[in-house]
Design a protein around this ligand. Structure first.
Ligand code: PHB
Length: 399
């Protein structure tokens, strides 16, 4: 068990000398996968959090923060829930953060409510998670931020009249399927079939699922998998079955074109269209500075991705909440400070929607292109400041 203590003591000392209130110590429980196949996600988010802290030592109002990290290991919910229980009852944390996998956030939500400990979610994307506890706010995304506009775009701009869907069979996969189906059918498209393709823990052999889709000959094939090694296997299977030659367009949320995985993909990735809110290739001064700082800190061959930026933005949100309360952090005070918080993120302008406690950000249409021998993301369209479409349209469990 790792305990990382970050002392912002110098600032605190100056505060005291200036006659200000004494610095408080704020304990933050961080629940992330630090081992197994998903450890790459934990590392991304950790790096994002640490980069924010190292660049913004003054952002915590002179208070001390203690990060108490726990390994959620798997997506199943149980390990994360036990960790959260221990963080609340024994460590008496003021805040919880992290949460890559939706089932881990869902299993932990009742504990946040009972213990009155705010949770700042840095990834888990199933749309209705914040309705499980009044103490949840999310800085990452919902599956609808990408899936719903991707459905509209596939029909209206890519000319797809029919689509097949493949999804990892757990809550965010089903949510992403619903998001795409809603957007696509509302625009006039027809979903031919939606295929569950195994769970999030192991990368399955995608071949039988993709063969079914090849036979059905849809115009578009929309896929959600939980990023990482799953996404590389998706593109490799699409390539090996020659589905591009059949005229089937591979599309999805940006999870399937994650920055950290693009260079591992075959050339058939070129031309893929995804919708997402972040790529390291965004050509803005704010993002360029962020990517440079990331490479300076972690190595020229590393790159942030949507999880890294969520760790960074999440720590910015936490810093804001701590400072707004002068370090005396309460659950109500934290939720009030997070509500309506805005930030100039490397992804662009973001805000925590006071109505839903979910993020509002731009959803961008990404095209994979090959330039100077590397695969990269080009932004070809932007849907500005998207409020989670599931809650905005009161669909299903978002009612
Ligand atoms: C989730 O479990 O909510 C999840 C995991 C990985 C992703 C997206 C969503 O890329």
């Amino acid at each position: 068990m790792k305990i990382h203590k970050l002392l912002l003591g110098v600032t605190a000392l100056f505060g005291l000398m200036a006659g200000q209130a004494m610095a408080e110590t704020v304990k933050i429980g961080v629940v992330l996968p630090y081992s197994g196949g998903a450890a790459q996600f934990g590392e991304q988010i950790d790096r994002g959090m640490n980069l924010f802290i190292s660049q913004n030592k003054d952002a915590f109002g002179g208070n001390e923060i203690e990060l108490i990290k726990r390994d959620s290991k798997r997506p199943g919910g149980d390990i994360a829930k036990n960790a959260v229980q221990e963080l609340i009852t024994r460590e008496k944390v003021n805040l919880l953060t992290g949460f890559v996998f939706s089932p881990n956030a869902m299993a932990s939500a009742p504990l946040a409510t009972q213990g009155k400990v705010p949770m700042v979610i840095m990834n888990a994307g199933t749309a209705w998670i914040p309705s499980l506890s009044p103490y949840i706010a999310r800085v990452s995304f919902t599956m609808w931020h990408a899936g719903y506009p991707m459905g509209e775009y596939a029909h209206n701009k890519l000319g797809c009249k029919t689509a097949a869907i493949g999804f990892t069979d757990y809550p965010p996969g089903k949510d992403s399927r619903n998001a795409f189906t809603t957007g696509f059918e509302k625009a006039g498209g027809k979903v031919l079939e939606a295929i569950p393709m195994g769970g999030p823990r192991e990368v399955p052999d995608f071949t039988p699922f993709f063969q079914r889709v090849k036979n059905a000959k849809p115009d578009c094939f929309y896929i959600f998998v939980p990023a990482g090694n799953h996404s590389v296997a998706v593109v490799k299977t699409y390539a090996s079955l020659g589905m591009g030659d059949d005229g089937i367009k591979l599309i999805g949320p940006g999870d399937i074109t994650q920055d950290t995985k693009l260079q591992d993909m075959p050339k058939e990735a070129e031309g893929m269209i995804t919708v997402h809110h972040y790529s390291a290739d965004y050509d803005t001064p704010r993002n360029k500075a962020f990517v440079k700082a990331w490479k300076d800190a972690y190595g020229a061959d590393t790159t942030p991705d949507f999880m890294g930026v969520a760790g960074y933005d999440g720590m910015a949100a936490i810093a804001h909440a701590i400072t707004a309360q002068s370090g005396k952090v309460t659950a109500e005070g934290t939720m009030k400070a997070l509500s309506g918080w805005t930030y100039d993120s490397p992804r662009g302008k973001i805000m925590i929607d006071p109505e839903t406690r979910d993020i509002i950000h731009d959803s961008n249409v990404h095209k994979v292109v090959s330039k100077d021998g590397r695969m990269m993301i080009e932004v070809i369209d932007t849907i500005p400041q998207v409020k989670d479409p599931c809650k905005a349209n009161k669909i299903g469990k978002c009612k």
